[in-house]
Design a binder for this molecule. Structure first.
Ligand SMILES: CSC[C@@H](O)[C@@H](O)C(=O)COP(=O)(O)O
Length: 348
């Protein structure tokens, strides 16, 4: 089983279909922006940094073979396609910030008379390709800072227990992870005692992805149902909660997977420090607070089904008349067969 969410080699982009994990490890080819938009929107690739990287790489794949008449035309195409990619999922800000940076770059390159059309394309594609390496380096730095911060509250050489939510690991990023990167660093320092990861309904990113990554990397961990968090905090001496972010507002309000807020409330109640681990590409300084974050609403099928299996009742069903003793109305109580007898003339 592979833990590489994104494969980009020889201008070919493939993503690991995360809806199928952990049962199946299947890569899907992303041939351009249209495919990129779809795999992000369907959550075959997910996690704020991975969304931005796949979105931008899908543009790179499409641009490479495209012919442009002028730098202006290339700039216009880039802008339109990036804005389209931003609309694939609204809450995570990384794709939006990446799009803004790339549109700025395209503007600069198109205005620079010393840069030819071919050079503009090469420089633009190189900037996108650099995102993969930059994300891994950022995650390693987040891991170092996070581990140091958490250990500064731990006495002596004691080990620490961490609780996390959703998936913030290799599968949500170029590799290593943000909150899971902090956990990996603590583990490599031999200061991690145990991880508790929540299942993370509705899509079970904790059960399907985080637990899978932790088992893969032999990090001691227990998967818990979302409703166990309070009990675990009361009885398991959790040292810190570390989660990721889809968007951090200028005042620090943070949007993350549904359920994060209630974990923060429980952490406060139990005196457990609660940390967000996120790269600067998740911080949106243009909005003053979380009230300005658009919260994505997903289809209800994600709650009523696990994979292809329905686990919730259908909204309506039909009770056969043979089971009904009477239909109670404002005009009296009728046995089912009386409806036709007495009201058959209506609408017939
Ligand atoms: C490093 S991933 C950060 C966040 O994107 C992560 O915590 C999260 O909530 C992911 O949600 P998802 O809906 O699976 O994309």
């Amino acid at each position: 089983m592979s833990l590489r969410a994104i494969k980009y080699e020889n201008n070919s982009l493939e993503i690991l279909d995360q809806l199928l994990l952990p049962a199946q490890s299947k890569y899907i080819q992303v041939k351009g922006v249209e495919d990129g938009w779809k795999v992000i929107n369907k959550m075959q690739v997910r996690g704020a940094p991975a969304i931005a990287i796949v979105g931008c790489l899908s543009l790179a794949v499409e641009l490479r073979d495209e012919k442009f008449d002028s730098k202006k035309q290339m700039r216009q195409e880039i802008e339109g396609k990036l804005n389209y990619l931003v609309s694939s999922r609204p809450t995570a800000v990384n794709m939006k910030i990446a799009a803004e940076e790339l549109i700025d770059l395209a503007n600069q390159l198109s205005k620079d008379e010393a840069v030819s059309l071919d050079e503009m394309k090469t420089k633009f594609l190189q900037t996108i390709e650099d995102m993969l390496a930059r994300d891994i380096a950022d995650n390693k730095a987040i891991g170092e800072y996070g581990a140091k911060e958490i250990l500064s509250h731990v006495s002596g050489d004691s080990l620490v227990r961490i609780l996390t939510h959703c998936n913030t690991g290799s599968l949500a990023t170029a590799n290593y992870g943000t909150a899971l990167g902090v956990i990996r660093t603590l583990h490599s320092m031999k200061r991690l005692e145990h991880v508790y990861c929540t299942e993370t309904r509705p899509y079970n990113q904790g059960a399907r992805l985080t637990a899978y990554e932790l088992v893969h990397d032999k990090i001691p961990a227990t998967l818990i149902v979302d409703s166990m968090v309070a009990a675990v905090m009361k009885h398991r001496n959790i040292g810190a909660v570390v989660v990721g972010a889809d968007r951090v507002a200028a005042n620090g309000d943070t949007a993350n997977k549904i359920g994060t807020y209630q974990i923060a409330v429980l952490a406060k109640h139990h005196g457990v420090p609660f940390y967000i681990a996120a790269p600067f590409t998740s911080i949106d300084m243009t909005i003053p607070s979380g009230d300005h974050i658009v919260i994505e609403e997903r289809p209800d099928r994600e709650m009523t089904h696990v994979g292809e299996h329905r686990i919730a009742a259908k909204a309506f069903d039909v009770t056969p008349a043979t089971l009904i003793a009477g239909i109670i109305t404002e005009n009296g109580v009728f046995r089912p067969e009386q409806l036709k007898e007495q009201f058959g003339h209506i609408n017939s």
